[in-house]
Design a protein around this ligand. Sequence first.
Ligand code: F6P
Length: 414
Amino acid sequence: MSLVQETPRNQLCIVLVGLPARGKSTLALRLRDGLEAEGLAVRIFNNGNLRRTHYGERSSEPWFYDPHNAEGCRVREHLSLLNMRAAREYLDSEGNVAILDATNASRERRRLVEREMGGRPILYIECINDDPDLLAASIQRKTRLPEFAGISRDEAAKRFTQRIEYYRSIYVPLEEEDNFVRLDSLWNRIMAENLRRDIPNYVRVRDILVSDWVNNLYLVRHGETYFNQEGRIGGDSPLTLKGQAQARALADHFRNKAIPYIFTSGRLRSEQTALPLLVDHPESIVMTMPELDEIDGGLCSGMTYAEIREKYPEVYAARAKDKYNYCYPEGEGYASMRDRVGRGFRKALFLSGAAPGTLIIGHQAVNRMILAFFLYRQTVDVPYIYVPQDKYYHIVATHHKKLFELVRFMGPEI
Ligand code: F6P
């Protein structure tokens, strides 16, 4: 009798691969939710959770991950074996897809998975992303994990960085493995695909890998500023009294909504709009994202449109003719800021992971660019998308749910 199992229910073991803080756990959740929505039985087997349950804070110390520490290696291999066996049992009982969520950094570890799976189909998915700023922000986020409670954020960041270095020292990218996908986990782009056998539900998996995934995005524009009042562009003007009232109304509106992540630009008006939100959401993680700064008006910064028309009539006319592609002298245009805003937005999504709610406090032009990622408008229309200061856009874009709505958060009287 063959030890190799038939795959009657389209059994599949997905093995995630990647250094810590590369978005593996977020991807695992996306895969689970997306495949479950297709009627499949899916379970995640996460080595980190098992480690925290069995070893708690003791395993937050870097020595635990040192490949020369025999005791640490033995413990980690034992934990990963427990998960592999649980995954196998799950597939042999009710499961369709088991996801092994761990670094699975070395070839030896991956050979172990293959032995334990005994011929059941395996798909490796390697998460890659080497953006240094994003890594630094991800590490900051990790320092808030319960396993680092009781030590300073700096010390936690040091420990986590050392942990990554230990994993890096044994890390071997996928190459020899029979079936794998290499994913840029910031942009959701497939960088390499190597399939040597039929992988059950691969089309569904692939579709999830490349899909945008936003649980609840609240896209807000900052409150009114003195520059807004005077019709001046750019600058770093603070909120007016009306702008402060808008910020408070926003906070009231979000009092009972989950917003674990709040992203602001580097501008005062964006940060000031975020402040009242923190009264009811002291645990929310607030991150400043300079990539979300408003379009740079260059020579025209601080001027009104009437002043631009008078002083630089050629600028005014050229912009009116092709607002999307036009670039302010020594400044930016919509087209030229597309990449930086896209990167900031992607980073925000990456860092907020599978959070139930993500709030971005952006600017008129910046929010138009973000909206354009969802609206698929012609570029010529993008610089005219409506971006009010008393309403926000609520966007849900998961594999199985799409929602796009404009929500008022304060009455028209204020
Ligand atoms: O007027 C507010 C503002 O955010 C300016 O800082 C910015 O230059 C402008 O909106 C962008 O909108 P538009 O592209 O329509 O000029």
